[in-house]
Write a protein that binds this ligand. Structure first.
Ligand code: UDP
Ligand code: MG
Length: 341
């Protein structure tokens, strides 16, 4: 028999976080115990190559009734890991959190009290964000762009610490989109959203797992996943450019008749042509982004592959677990006696 459904599930993606996990456990569990509600922590190991899995296993053995661990066999990215965590979570409320202690576990209570008040989506606004200046600068720009061209209305898109009600999680679990941006998607599903300010800390240890490349990819997911305005903008620009060049042709033709042949302004012409070639290339690249999204989708590959799940059962029986919506081989363990495949 599975354990009783808890009130709160805390979902945490973990990718090479051996340096922060001990401190995370030391702060997270007491903070949750202090709330006085039933809870489970769902850790999703996103194919870590360091000792993260061993540490998660240890923690599972220490607190089997409050801990579930989903192990991916490779790195599928933070949002896929969170999606897996959501589909394995069982609580009435779900709070997602980063492992690196940038989102203080002590703030979870604030989100829970909002969910208690009947809000189904609790967004967060980081007070004094502790990240590099260039990250803050870029994300301010992306926030503005997203606000303008997508229907997503959230103040601070980058913070993954959020609270969701079961109804929103069910909607997220039904979403088959491969590459997505969970807080934005959830905000579209929410009927009664609210945002609260939370504190933000520096990464406790280790380095950000996002390279500039993966940050750019993530932001493309955010924009192209929620809006086709960039594509439409290109047809608008195309129309404007053709109209202007038609006028230019007429003007040049009249000039040719009135003033005779001339070869002035050749370099200006080069400048103008290069600009438009650049624009056209950007347009093709942008089109590629959308085609790529469609391609990823039509291949219908699983979003992630689960290698094993560590979870305790009430009767201690070893039974085949829920195979998740996607491929999964679940290894079920006795409370206190963790064995995994
Ligand atoms: N993460 C993950 N898979 C990845 C990259 C990151 O599961 O491919 C996790 C990481 O372990 C952390 C969270 O996602 O718990 C946020 O990552 P990070 O702190 O590196 O991102 P940043 O705060 O720099 O945006
Ligand atoms: Mg971080």
């Amino acid at each position: 028999m599975p354990l009783p459904v808890p009130k709160l599930s805390v979902v945490i993606p973990v990718y090479n976080e051996e340096q922060v996990l001990p401190s995370l456990f030391a702060r997270l569990y007491p903070a949750l115990d202090a709330l006085g509600i039933s809870y489970e922590c769902v850790f999703v190991n996103d194919g870590s190559k360091d000792r993260s899995v061993a540490l998660l296993r240890q923690q599972f053995q220490r607190r089997p009734r409050h801990t579930r661990v989903v192990l991916f066999h490779a790195n599928f990215g933070q949002h896929s890991a969170v999606m897996a965590g959501l589909s394995y979570s069982r609580g009435d409320y779900v709070v997602t959190l980063d492992a690196d202690l940038q989102n203080p576990p002590e703030e979870i209570g604030k989100l829970v009290s909002m969910l208690d008040q009947g809000y189904d989506y609790v967004g967060t606004i980081r007070q004094q964000r502790q990240d590099y200046w260039w990250r803050r600068f870029l994300s301010r720009g992306m926030n503005r762009l997203r606000e303008r061209i997508t229907p997503v209305r959230i103040t601070d898109q980058g913070c993954m610490m959020r609270g969701y009600s079961r109804s929103v999680v069910t909607a997220l679990n039904q979403t088959r989109e491969i590459n997505t941006f969970i807080p934005a998607l959830a905000s579209l599903y929410a009927m009664n959203p609210i945002e609260v300010p939370i504190t933000h800390e520096e990464r406790y240890a280790g380095q950000s797992k996002y390279s500039l490349y993966s940050l750019i990819r993530l932001n493309f997911d955010l924009i192209t996943g929620f809006s086709v305005v960039p594509l439409q903008l290109f047809s608008m620009i195309g129309m404007a450019v053709s109209t202007l060049s038609a006028l230019l042709v007429v003007y040049l033709f009249v000039r040719r008749i009135v003033m005779g042949p001339e070869a002035e302004g050749v370099f200006t012409l080069f400048g103008v042509v290069f600009f438009f070639i650049g624009l056209a290339l950007f347009g093709i690249g942008l089109l590629g982004e959308y085609v790529g999204r469609i391609y990823a989708q039509v291949r219908e590959r699983p979003r992630y592959i689960v290698e094993a799940v560590l979870e305790a059962h009430d009767d201690g029986a070893l039974e085949a677990g829920d195979a998740s919506p996607l491929l999964a081989a679940a290894a079920i363990t006795d409370p206190g006696q963790a064995i995994a495949r």
